[in-house]
Design a protein around this ligand. Structure first.
Ligand code: HEM
Length: 216
């Protein structure tokens, strides 16, 4: 394969794989926060404590924003954008959980079900970002939003950075409200290869007053 073809194809894959997943996660996260205004306020307080309002948050601030990170993880747990990951193929005859899987079988992993399994998670359908405060290393296979292992998402670190910067900056710079007349943002999902909201999020926002004073 020519080098230019190789590079072009890699760029295409990164653009396709690396744009839809973050923007869908951002939409799910913002919807969850609008339905949980106390959590939105806690992120805002965390940003106010560690960064303030005289500049926009930057990549090297993300390490200080543990609660924001918990919210991102909890959004990815409840609404993984690739709920069945990508199809995998067994490269040899294997046995998984007592089932024999012949070489060449296509395997789909239901990350959505694993991430809401009541055996693995307390109150699995509840939005509780604090649960990620105490997630142990050996529990990492419960959380499959980026897959795991050799064919897991190679963009995982970039993905977390994009999400942290985008969600953090949106909360730092704007005040967010549900559309007038809406009590709860509808969280119904539309299932395809990726999981989007059935009804796109419509929301009201205005520049954060603290930010206007400091930046203008
Ligand atoms: C919120 C952000 C993201 C999420 C939730 C996400 C999730 C995933 C998941 C679940 C897989 C399939 C893993 C598996 O089947 O085991 C995957 C694969 C992949 N992702 Fe991501 N991803 C994100 C961001 C990105 C970014 C930013 C890039 C690159 C710029 C990227 C590039 C890829 C590629 C190339 C694959 C295919 C890997 C392979 O087949 O070996 N992703 N991603």
């Amino acid at each position: 394969m020519k080098l230019t073809t190789f590079l072009t194809q890699n760029m295409q894959i990164m653009l396709i794989a690396g744009t839809e997943t973050p923007y869908l996660t951002l939409e799910w996260s913002m919807s969850l926060l609008l339905n949980n205004p106390n959590t939105m306020e806690m992120i805002s307080n965390e940003i106010s404590t560690h960064i303030g309002f005289d500049r926009l948050l930057q990549e090297n601030d993300l390490g200080k924003l543990g609660y924001l990170q918990n919210v991102i993880n909890e959004s990815l747990r409840l609404y993984p954008t690739l709920p069945l990951l990508l199809p995998h193929e067994a490269s040899e005859d294997i046995t998984v959980g007592g089932y024999s899987v012949p070489r060449g079988t296509m395997l789909m992993v239901n990350a959505w079900a694993i991430q809401r399994d009541p055996v693995l998670w307390d109150e699995p359908n509840k939005f509780m970002p604090e649960r990620f405060d105490k997630i142990a290393d050996q529990d990492r296979y419960k959380m499959l939003a980026f897959g795991v292992g050799r064919r897991g998402c190679p963009g995982v670190n970039l993905g977390y950075r994009i999400l942290g910067l985008a969600l953090g900056t949106l909360i730092q710079a704007f005040e967010w409200e549900k559309k007038i007349g809406i009590e709860e943002v509808d969280m119904t999902a539309f299932y395809g290869l990726s999981m989007a909201k059935l009804k796109p999020l419509q929301v009201l926002c205005k520049p954060c007053s603290n930010m206007i004073t400091h930046i203008l």
